[in-house]
Design a protein around this ligand. Sequence first.
Ligand code: DMJ
Length: 488
Amino acid sequence: MLTRAFFFFFSSCVSKFAAAMIAASAVPFQQMMKFAWDNYKRYAWGKNELRPLTRNGHIGNMFGGLRGASIIDSLDTLYIMGLMEEYNDAKEWVQTSLDLNSNGEASLFEVNIRYVGGLLSAYYLTGEELFKNKAMELGEKLLPAFNTPTGIPRGVINLGSGTSWSWGWASAGSSILAEFGTLHLEFVHLTELSNNPIYTEKVMNIRKLLNKIEKPHGLYPNFLSPVSGNWVQHHVSIGGLGDSFYEYLIKSYLMSDKTDDDAKRMYYGALEAIEANLVQKSPGGLTYMAEWRGGILDHKMGHLACFSGGMIGIGADDGAPEKRQHYLDLAAEITHTCHESYTRSATKLGPEAFRFDGGAEATATRLSDRYYILRPEVIESYMYMWRLTHDPKYREWGWEAVEALEQHCRVESGFSGIRDVYTMTVSHDNMQQSFFLSETLKYLYLLFSDDDLLPLEDWVFNTEAHPLPIIRKSCLQDETTQDKTVSK
Ligand code: DMJ
């Protein structure tokens, strides 16, 4: 029954999707995607990411020996853009060469958002069983990371042996909020597809612990011990280390067809605490999210935190009635500030982190914060704000970013990050990140497409921009009547 309901949903989605695809104003983004893809294929096929200056590939150390991160991350973008020859090459690689029996150290978070998310999305968009099977096979390999005294997973897992441990850099063996808090969407879909409740149980257990534990000023610190279940350090950030935890709260609510009331309550509670403690106005009138260290504010905002414009925007409508306009305004203000971080640089691309102290307003003050690695978050917020308001400025800002990417990041054999956004004689970092193909280019494409291409009423995007369908209430009801088995 669930399966039938799902396929009914799936086929009705696909026809809407196909119609909208034709209407999409595709060309520049398709060309950018094709250029990035062709160079990856030519010089780095099967490796994780392209090094466009040295024309080779790299494996990196985040994926536990898994290969083809750029392929998995690109499947849905290629399909959505109608680059079918390229999509078919990608699919064939998954069929013949994606080996999940690797034996290395993987980031649970990265494998989940890029590989599990990418495969799930490819399945939901195309209906190809291959992607579903691979997603489920990989999902099962991630489960041992949850074997801790609290059930809070550790950050690193050996995909072969199942041994897991915490990042060496994370204080006192802690797990990271943005990592264990960014599993929910994919794991709920793994349960949907496998009919095995274990995945949902694992993420609901994380939810339960976070609900129970005391939160300083209602805030969620970034480091938590998977052994004691206590916070390890009181550092709070809507940027790196915290970011996608908040994103997954509101998206869990939306993906549940607005039935997951716990997620809703936690999201609006967290947002209230963030507003009370982190949101600031600069002397020049820019709204920003500071970081919080045990009560002391660090007046810095990371590029990563710029996703929050879009997040607050998509959550605005389900907030308390008297807060809805306020949330939409806040989302617009944050997005405006992030745009300022781009316009105040020479290249019109934004730095990794920008500050609001010592006379700085949305500019990086440290040399080490001046780089741009093809990140999507600012464009992501433009896309959501465009869909929510249809204010043409968001498309104008997106177009400015396209011009800057073309001028400064396009090199002969792909796209590359740059080391300093404040100088016109750019130095390239020789890396075409896989999230450039899965997120940056997809969000640009959607920003200039009709709203009925992957409508926000039907889909949520995981934190790597892989679209996952909203699970309709009727499906959830069917599900409760089914027998379920736990595999372990
Ligand atoms: C992506 O892998 C995801 O968006 C993640 O949540 C944060 N960082 C990168 C892109 O900047």
